[in-house]
Design a protein around this ligand. Sequence first.
Ligand SMILES: Cc1cc2nc3c(=O)[nH]c(=O)nc-3n(C[C@H](O)[C@H](O)[C@H](O)COP(=O)(O)OP(=O)(O)OC[C@H]3O[C@@H](n4cnc5c(N)ncnc54)[C@H](O)[C@@H]3O)c2cc1C
Length: 451
Amino acid sequence: MTQAHDLAARFGPALDTRPEALAASARDFGHLVRETPLGVLRPESVAGITKLLEFTGPRGIPVSVYGGGHSMYGQGQAGGGVVLDLRPMSRIGDVADGRVTVGAGVSWREVLAATLPHGLTPPVLTDYLGASVGGVLSAGGLGGAAHRHGLVADQVLELEVVTGAGEHRVCSPDRDPALFHAVLAGLGQCAVIVTATLRLVPAPARVRRYCLFSTDLARYLADQRTLAEEPRFGYLEGQARPAEQGGWQYMTEAVAPHTDGLAPDDRALLDGLSHDPATVETTDLSYAEFVHRVDTDEAVLTETGEWLHPHPWLNLLLPHDRAASVVRAVLADPAFQDLRDTGLVLLYPLLSGPLRAPLFRRPTGTVLHLFALLRTTPPDRPGTAEAMVAANHRAYDLARSEGGVAYPVNALAMTAADWREHFGSGWQAFAEAKKRHDPHHILARGHGLRF
Ligand SMILES: Cc1cc2nc3c(=O)[nH]c(=O)nc-3n(C[C@H](O)[C@H](O)[C@H](O)COP(=O)(O)OP(=O)(O)OC[C@H]3O[C@@H](n4cnc5c(N)ncnc54)[C@H](O)[C@@H]3O)c2cc1C
């Protein structure tokens, strides 16, 4: 019997093999890779996940979790295997004692819808709230508050998982910590996350957002370092934007809360920085408006159709001292000139200290910068997306030669050697965790890791 027949015999109609379901599971935000699974399973309980993994493991049938479907390069796909859709288990528990337990298939938008009425929020959020809890925790999760609080994954108090071996386990920093640390930022390699208990903090009612413009990259990066190291802003991001007269300008986006109904002190917050004071943009927003800001972009890009075009995105982490040279070289590269017309370039600082998940790789040094090249390919130009993915590898090689690493949510074909280098001294422990928890190597093959 073939694996398809085996699966059908074991799971019957619970295994969705309708062509439209298979096609949907072979699609992601990147629109670059299409791996069709044999079926999609939507378990209603942990027992359904355990039953699947106990069956697929010994048969070597690949399994991937479909979270929000926002991978760039097939990371959540399971060609010739089973896609696990956890949405039927998307429950959100009570918000109490500064924490909430949520199903891993829940989106961050749904998490906030549950916590904000209590005046609470996760301390760190990604810019976009449509990704799933499981998807972001398996990557790590970066956002404007990461310089202060670390990764989204660093806010997890407890995880309920099913390992690739089919074992149902609960883990935390104190309970089975080795498994806990193999799952967070672990790219789905060791276990399926079933629920996560998240730390919550008081959400400000209102915030003030400052956009600070500068034409000098070195001074911009120095300001960003200052702002990351000082406690002025709870949220700090930034962008490189094409300048009208050619070249690039840089925009720091810094956000401070209104405290006790009082607006922040602009003069104190912006003191000593090198931006052009004549062009500062200041906006007051409710916290909810601020955290949902990318919803508007999504609506506009869905309307224009660009949301559904290929997205050969690349996220790099650069050491502070080498950031300027890498940014300059990549932004001057003709292969990235489309970024002058469309897409987005993020460039913002992180501190290594607060980034705790051991599997999250970062450059050496205390200050680093996320350099994200977020591109969209016109669908009517054959070969363009492939050329952009190839350009991504060249930019990755350049970043590596300067001490950078990938933040692995990319359209980047990483080889076995690239992955070993990526995890560096952590590779051996990661490979041992993989062997222990996913002995048949069936989980999350879409990342292309080879142990
Ligand atoms: C518009 C947009 C904006 C983004 N902004 C940010 C940002 O600001 N910061 C940031 O850090 N990232 C950002 N990302 C990247 C995003 O966080 C990752 O791609 C994330 O992995 C997507 O999760 P998903 O569940 O939506 O995707 P999926 O493609 O469904 O899953 C992604 C990966 O996670 C695994 N996974 C999903 N659920 C589970 C689970 N329950 N257990 C184990 N593994 C699981 C999948 O198998 C797959 O390998 C952005 C992505 C997009 C498209």
